[in-house]
Ligand binder design. Structure first.
Ligand code: PGA
Length: 256
């Protein structure tokens, strides 16, 4: 049985104080009975990990980072290591987000190194894949996603893959207000499971969590989260508003 995961990706938003305020509001608005049904994850900036951790620590809400270094430690100015993320209370880390792929030129090979480093330090990667608008229009999206998964997971064994969450985020739907229809998303989620089955086995394919991301909000979330094979959401814009984020969690907890 796959348990739903609702993740907020705060991206490069919110000061230290604002992050604390949002974490406090979210903690107050999400009920324990909802947390008994769904997992909730907050991913603030590196700077705010500590204060958000402190704010949510008596709660079942989980903490994640938005990026990780593939190096262990040392002279890598501006980077943050797995060990440092663990020490700040992180359980998860987003890896391979399309914004990192496109603005910071992260290749599948770099993403693969980051996934391996996260697993080595018992951090759960939220591994993002997804096609651009051109790739969708050219109908080459399945090949693109398969390549992202195959190269991103090179050298990860069947046991390690159980620690990984995949997030399908069509790039054309991120922050644009456009989103894939539940059918389009379900179809890709099922395609991703087939790729995982090919790389690993049927059990792994059935067990792996696959989130949908891209303009999920409190209005469309119930329909998206009820669609076949969608195990949760990675939410950007709507995760910055405590009412909206708490409503998405509430709806997710109501899904049978
Ligand atoms: P969005 O972002 O919800 O603002 O579209 C999603 C994401 O990039 O994770």
């Amino acid at each position: 049985m796959r348990r739903k995961l609702i993740a907020g990706n705060w991206k490069m938003n919110l000061t230290y104080k604002e992050s604390e305020k949002l974490a406090k509001e979210i903690t107050a608005k999400i009920e324990q009975k909802e947390l008994n049904k769904v997992d909730v994850l907050l991913c603030p900036t590196f700077v705010s990990l500590g204060i958000v951790n402190k704010t949510i620590k008596d709660n079942d809400i989980k903490l994640g980072a938005q990026n990780i270094s593939y190096e262990n430690n040392g002279a890598f100015t501006g980077e943050v290591s797995a060990e440092i993320l663990k020490s700040a209370g992180c359980e998860y880390v987003i890896i391979g987000h399309s914004e990192r792929r496109s603005y910071f030129h992260e290749s599948n090979a770099v993403i693969n190194k980051k996934i391996k480093k996260a697993i080595e330090f018992a951090l759960k990667p939220v591994f993002c894949v997804g096609e651009s608008l051109i790739e969708r229009e050219d109908e080459i999206y399945e090949g693109i996603i398969e390549k992202q998964i195959t190269e991103g997971l090179t050298g990860i064994d069947a046991e390690q893959i159980s620690e990984i969450v995949i997030a399908y985020e069509p790039v054309w739907a991120i922050g644009t207000g456009l989103n894939a229809t539940p059918d389009q998303a379900s179809q890709i989620h099922s395609f991703i499971r087939k790729v995982i089955q090919k790389l690993y086995n049927e059990k792994t394919a059935n067990e792996i969590l696959i989130l949908y991301g891209g303009s999920v909000n409190e209005k469309n979330s119930a329909e998206m989260l009820s669609a076949e094979g969608i195990d949760g959401a990675l939410i950007g814009g709507a995760s910055l508003k405590s009412d909206d984020f708490a409503m998405i969690v509430k709806k997710a907890a109501q899904i049978k």
